[in-house]
Ligand binder design. Sequence first.
Ligand code: BGC
Ligand code: CA
Length: 216
Amino acid sequence: MKRVSIILILSLIALFLLASLTLGQQTQTAVAKYGKPKIDAQMDEVWKSAMEYVTDRYVSGTKGKVAYAKFRVLWDEDSIYVWAEVYDSLLNKDNTNPWEQDSVEIFVDEGNEKASSYDANDAQYRVNFDNYQSFGTNASKDYFVTATRKTDFGYVVEAQIKMRTKKLAEGMVIGFDLQVNDANMFGNRVGIVAWNEWDNESWRNPSYFGNLKLEK
Ligand code: BGC
Ligand code: CA
């Protein structure tokens, strides 16, 4: 009897450890609807057909204390489009590192290979609340059109990311992630909040991106 309960307790502990290891690490899938908005930081009618998602993986910083975003994605044959509403009560861009300024990052893997390092069809884009763009691997201004606007809750970002290696089509699944960087009044980054990733790895490891399914 005693031995049975010890085994039971040990397996419960093992189960708990396994659950906490895998928790928050499931790859998520979002749906992008077909449509082309005007990039002006105003919400077009076409955005209303798109599903809304929330960045809810707190890579650093505590939920309720640091900035996060609600976002939607659209697509057409040449681009994906992102609408993000960032809830951030204090906007700061003092840090010389753009990723430590109040900003949004968008990660795209056109082939969705989920490789552990960037290949030719992966790219990292960033724009701060003041519409200052910066670029990680493979990204450049030629493929990034953005507009931002301050609001009473923080700021909005509207972005077009042009595809670099292929035409998009209905039913395709590409790799995608969205990250919010939150700076405090001293220009220090106090929050990194992502939609899919959980370890501040997306900038160098596309296997941390989620999936974006293109629907009509
Ligand atoms: C990460 C930073 C990294 C930067 C590089 C950001 O997404 O959060 O830690 O240094 O990308 O571009
Ligand atoms: Ca902030």
